[in-house]
Ligand binder design. Structure first.
Ligand SMILES: [Fe+2]
Length: 306
């Protein structure tokens, strides 16, 4: 198990558990009403009902099963040797059990130095045991000895941490780890979800970045991009938006983001920080993807002379 520093796990868990019990969670970014997942979920459920009823869902173009491996090239003057990071996100395993063997097959050909997972292992907390079982089925496909560093998403319950954390897999709950990857010093800070479970500690943890290290932020959503950049992050890796999941140009209806909506898909840059918003692996509410693909992302971080 990696040595984690930062917020005490018990402190975090007490607060998170209380918040999960409240119907009205602390959504600090929900100052104005927006057409995000809370509303769009209802629309999708109605749409799913009619599309299934009429049989249209079967004949529509659908990328739901078409997993791609995306290579993302990044550069840093803080490293001496290249680093490869396998990035998974938004598996939603309770809703999408049929995607597990497909992901396992794709993982066979992936080479990396470390694996990160940016939340939403499942969708419904009542199905958490299914999520845990399906993830444990998938985990051996992530080649050992890759350490797996994870954060929770807005759909994940606090007890997922106890259910999944083991010698190979580490959750960062407003915490950080220092890694030596090849000859590089890498600090990875991961916070709890800020979409449903925001509190100041989720942002303050990023003040622990050290300028000499390669600083990587793991956040479930892109919503605190500016705060994390101010703290000195080099890279910001997230998911949550599913890349829109159903994109009907020029609309991008389901960003699920209350801030940072412009960063809802793929590569982006904010000042001197480079970000990547993963399009997710599973789908939510309706097994339909249009103009987006489920993806495994490999970030290739390469040295550049300063
Ligand atoms: Fe999410």
């Amino acid at each position: 198990m990696l040595i984690k520093k930062g917020q005490d796990r018990n402190d975090w868990m007490t607060y998170r558990r209380d918040l999960e019990g409240h119907k009205k969670r602390r959504k600090v970014f929900a100052k104005r009403r927006q057409f995000d997942i809370d509303y769009f979920g209802i629309v999708l459920k109605i749409a799913r009902f009619f599309l299934k009823l009429t049989g249209i869902l079967k004949i529509m173009p659908n990328n739901y099963h078409k997993i791609i491996v995306r290579e993302n090239e990044l550069f840093s003057s803080k490293i001496k040797e290249p680093i490869r990071i396998l990035h998974l996100s938004d598996l939603h395993l309770d809703e999408n059990p049929d995607i597990v063997p497909l992901v396992m097959e794709k993982l066979k050909s992936v080479q990396a130095d470390i694996c990160i997972i940016t939340g939403d292992f499942g969708t419904y907390r009542k199905n958490q045991q299914d999520t845990i079982e399906r993830f444990n089925q998938l985990l051996p496909s992530i080649k050992e000895p890759l350490p797996v560093i994870c954060i929770l998403g807005n759909h994940d319950g606090h007890d997922l941490v106890a259910g999944l954390e083991n010698g190979r897999l580490t959750f960062l709950t407003n915490q950080f780890v220092d890694l030596k990857i090849h000859n590089n010093n890498v600090r990875i800070i991961g916070c709890d979800d800020v979409h449903y479970f925001y509190r100041p500690e989720n942002v303050e943890i990023f003040k622990n970045f050290e300028s000499k290290d390669l600083n990587i932020a793991l956040v479930h959503s892109p919503e605190i991009f500016d705060k994390v950049q101010e703290s000195g992050a080099d890279f910001y890796f997230c998911g949550h938006s599913h890349g829109g999941q159903i994109r009907l140009p020029p609309l991008r209806l389901i960003t699920r983001c209350k801030r940072g909506r412009q960063f809802y898909i793929g590569r982006w840059v904010y000042q001197n920080m480079h970000g990547f918003t993963h399009s997710g692996i599973g789908a939510s509410i309706i097994k339909w993807r249009l103009n987006t693909h489920p993806e495994l992302v490999i970030h290739h971080i390469k040295p550049v002379s300063s």
